[in-house]
Structures are given as C-alpha cells and as structure tokens.
Design a protein around this ligand. Sequence first.
Ligand code: KIV
Length: 261
Amino acid sequence: MQADKITTQTISLLKGERPVVAVTAYDTQMARYADEAGVDLILVGDSVGTTQLGFPTTVPVTLEMMLHHTAAVARAAPGALLVADVPFAVAHDDFPGLLQACRRLMQEAGAEAVKIEGGALMAPKVKRLMQAGIPVLGHIGLLPQSFHQLGGYRKFGCSDSEKSVLVEDALALEQAGCFALICEMTEGTVAGAIASQLKVPLIGIGSGPHCDGQILVSNDLLGMNSGYVPSFVRQYAQLGNEARLAFANYAEDVRNQKFPS
Ligand code: KIV
C-alpha cells in the first residue's frame, strides 16, 4: 500500500523521477492486491469487456458497466490513483453527454480521473472537462475502441506521417491539460521521441522501454487469459493454470467423497 494517497499531480510529477507503474483492475479484490503491491495508478479499463464480460472487443462496453466496475474498485479505497475509462459510445457523445458521464464516473462510482481514447480531435473536449474539474488521462496510438474502423489491432508510428500525427496528438492533449498520456502499441523509438517532447508522463503499453512508465492489463500479467496474449506482455504468474488445477482437484475430491472429510 502506498504511504500517501496518489493524486493526478503525483503522477505528473513522476516524470523524470522514476517510471509510473500502472495496471488495470475491475473488482475490489484485484484492486486490493494491486494496491497492496504499491502500484501508482489503477485503471478500470473498458478492457473489462474482453477480460471479464466475454465480449470480443471493448466496443459493447456501456457507461453502466463502467460505473458498476469502477464502484467495485473504489470500494478497495486504493492509495493508487483510480482512473475510469470513458466507454466507446460516450467518448463521442456531444459535450454535455460526455460531461454528464464523466461526472457520474466520479460522483457515483468514485473515479478520481477519467481516460479518453483519441488524439488532437479530442483535445477541445479534454480542455472543457479540465475546466469542469475533471482530470483526464489521454490515450494515443492504438485506440481499441476504433477496432471496427481499423479492421483489427496493429502497431502505430511505423511511417513518418503516422509519427508526425502521434506527436501532434500528444502535444495537443498535453496542451489541453491531460495529467499523463497512455501510448498503446506504438513503435518504441517513436514512443520514446514523443515522451521526450512531453512535460507529462507517457505511459506505454506495447510501446517499448522508452516511455515514462508502463501499464499492463492485469489478466495478461497474471496469466488469467483464455487464449490470446499480446506478444509484448510479460506474464508474472500463471493464475489461470492454478485456478484450473484447483477446480479439477476439488471436482475429483467431491466425486471421490474425499471432500468434506
Ligand atoms: O482498457 C484498457 O485496459 C486500456 C489499457 C490497455 C491501457 O485502455
């Protein structure tokens, strides 16, 4: 557990001091484990859709689902900063709709900041949210909510034109007031170049070692995946195998009348 409550300012000030440690969590118990391990930032990602709710992408995730899971994580009262993802349909709502959704994530569910996918196009909305007292974590590079538009997930920043767009996106979001940015699936040297131009931390996922911190989806790092694991992930445990074995041992004991003894 962190000695002091981590705030958006704490995260911003980590730039140049040490890497930001971030993970996703979707329920109270997992948030407790992550917080007790001393992570800086817990994201209730809309990856809840693919990791917990059985959807093929994050697109079907609704605001109600995000409220439900964010509130569960908030009940862990983490010392880490608690950030909630703004889901697909809401992020592209008109500004009053977006503002109302962000307020609900903070007031009803207990988020301390929100994350919004999108670059320079989202910057004007980010600026208005900041003016309304809503801290925003930006998200550039691969934007999983655009899955159907992209036709799949892929690496970003591999061409000069894409690199320039990413730099513009990052600078626009910083200018709009984001306290930090996530950079997903971006070519490593490009992510490093973006990080060096920002005053706020660039937190990478699948974007190499030159970012100002890292975030991983907790199911991936814990080995609780039912199939595909992105190639950039390092698995620190195999909890899926452990769970399968425990269920199998239990089933065998019940069938053989060894439990209860
Ligand atoms: O939803 C999520 O978990 C995310 C991370 C991959 C950054 O956006």
